[in-house]
Design a protein. Structure first.
Length: 276
């Protein structure tokens, strides 16, 4: 069933677990994620990142993924990940996303809040939820223009009180797209943010966080973890192994039917790690 972000995060906020938000790039990986969620009776978020919307028009993305969400037996949110253009975010709302993230984290805090206010006012008319980011989560590779800045408690509180998003992404040492190492979470800053902020918190860059730290954060006020790298790595590994197993193999559906269970297994591990 299609759900907005608020509908999947509020139960997590009250229940002491977190919802997995997977970046997906095709029907096969989205199907694998939904099947993993259904097998565990867990809510899940299908997230569309900036690379995907540059590759495929918004209306085509919605046409592919929204019916999958609507037909699922568990709540599935269709979420627009980091986007820096308000007009694009509003267009995603118009096309049928149930949740959006306007990322004004590279702007001064008051400009960030003003942007969120505009998006929230538009989104609420269509029962769409909004995620903001305060501080700035850097990237291990690519997007070198994205700064690294821990979330300031006073700025996060201003965003919550004035911008009124449903969730707020924070920077506490997490880094996007780490492939083979782990970061150290700044729990001192996290503790201060958790004490001050009384809405669901979001962590981006999950693949680079130690599993034991993920468990701790998921039991507290982090209700959404964005997951991309580990799923893409599993896809690449499964594809190479499948093709290597039969050099005569060429049919796409035959290939993908062997890869989908691998992706579903990876998604299921992450869902369980977050407490669902």
């Amino acid at each position: 069933m299609l759900a907005n972000l608020n509908q999947v995060l509020q139960p997590a906020f009250k229940g002491g677990y977190a919802v997995a938000c997977f970046n997906v790039f095709g029907y096969e990986d989205a199907l694998a994620v939904v099947e993993a969620a259904e097998a565990r009776n867990a809510s899940v978020i299908l997230s569309i990142n900036l690379d995907m919307i540059e590759f495929m028009p918004l209306q085509n993305i919605v046409s592919m993924f929204r019916p999958l969400a609507e037909s699922a037996s568990v709540p599935v949110c269709l979420h627009l990940d980091h986007n820096y253009e308000i007009d694009t975010v509003k267009s995603a709302i118009d096309h049928g996303f149930s949740s959006v993230m306007y990322d004004g984290s590279q702007e001064p805090i008051m400009d960030n809040i003003t942007g969120i206010q505009s998006v929230v006012a538009y989104a609420r008319q269509q029962n769409v939820s909004v995620e903001a980011e305060v501080g700035s989560v850097p990237y291990a590779k690519g997007r070198d223009h994205i700064k690294s800045a821990l979330t300031k408690v006073d700025e996060a509180l201003m965003m919550v009180e004035q911008g009124k998003p449903e969730a707020i992404a924070i920077s506490v040492g997490n880094i996007h797209r780490i492939e083979s190492s782990y970061v150290d979470i700044n729990f001192e800053r996290f503790d201060a943010l958790e004490k001050a902020i009384k809405i669901p918190l979001v962590i981006h860059g999950t693949s680079g966080i130690k599993p034991e730290d993920i468990r701790v954060l998921a039991r507290r006020n982090v209700c959404k973890f964005n997951i991309g790298t580990c799923l893409r790595q599993r896809f690449g590994s499964a594809l190479r192994n499948t093709l290597a197993s039969d050099h005569e193999l060429f049919d796409r559906l035959t290939i993908m039917k062997q890869i989908i269970p691998e992706l579903s297994d990876e998604a299921g591990k992450m869902i369980e790690l977050l407490g669902q």
